[in-house]
Design a protein around this ligand. Sequence first.
Ligand SMILES: [Zn+2]
Length: 382
Amino acid sequence: MSEKTNKPHLTIIILVDALGWDVAQEFGFCRDLLPRSGPLDTVLGYSSAAIPSLLSGTSPSMHGAWAMYRYAPSESPYKLLRYLPELPHPMEWRLRALTRRFMAWRKTVKGYHDLYEIPLKLLGHFDVAQRGDPYTPGGMSKETFIDHFATAGIRFVSWTYRTPETDNFEALSEAVDSDSQVLFLYTAELDALMHRLGTHHTDVGEKLRYYESRVRGALEAASRVGREVTVFVFSDHGMTNVKKIIDLKAKVDDWGVAKRRDTVAFYDSTMGRFWCDPLVRAELTERLNATGWGRVLSDSELEELGCRFEDHSYGDLIFLADPGNLIVPSFMGKEPLAAMHGYHPNDSHSRGCFFTNHASCPLPESILDIKDAMVEHVMENS
Ligand SMILES: [Zn+2]
């Protein structure tokens, strides 16, 4: 308890999607305001993998969510779509909008997801990997720090991508003068901005100054009401500027390999994932490695990265593009982007970041350390 007020210690947690350590450094983000900081290692994959890993402290192979879509012919909520005939583009577009609306109405998937540009016929064999909402208690198969707070009776308020960023920051500032113990805000606007403009754009610097001003505002609001506050700002992964567009799908189609023996191919922005028999797998591995665009990840490397799945639901073969190479068109988008993430976690641009005003707490080194760090800090101060 603070001596100046009867309000409990306040912890503010801000999760900025895709804020890389290098980008934060480039723009001098929160250098004076949150002076203790460091880079955070991430996991291989997109936010669909990194957010559940960060919230739960477990790797994708433990919590089960890696890419947004996994091969699950028997559980796919889109099963009926596999019987579709080849449709002309406008009809497929209309049916996609209808499917989106139907799924939203059924509420089968509670977390963030989109159909993107996945061919509808193929979608009939796939399922969204994370059906629950990881930001709500009980939303994941593994315990998150949000679950922990809920079980411990911590007074916790959160704001996510479901409501506008400015409204969320406004509400957070106001909630400083409440009896909440933890305020949690997740934003994906910087991620969207950098995908569009790249990491060096002046708008990125402006956005970071805006976040910094909101952190300053919250600290000032706390000081006005005499409340002790610890602020943590961190991210799930970084962002890499795109240098080269690679049309992996056209290349694989050209080889004719993917058409053989029921091979299934799924094109993410930085990964090609294939389900195929051992013969096709061997041939594809050789050809993919010879492209010079990236490489096929071995089972032992996937194991080391915490991304090896016994049931091969994310692919029998995983091709990962080299940093800066973007697969276009992919099932995630038809147009090139200025920047992307989902490259090898060892690449320096992949690293996330961690900032705090806490004078002595240990600095986490990986997004996998965040859950324990948050739980320890909040429970010690409750
Ligand atoms: Zn993104």
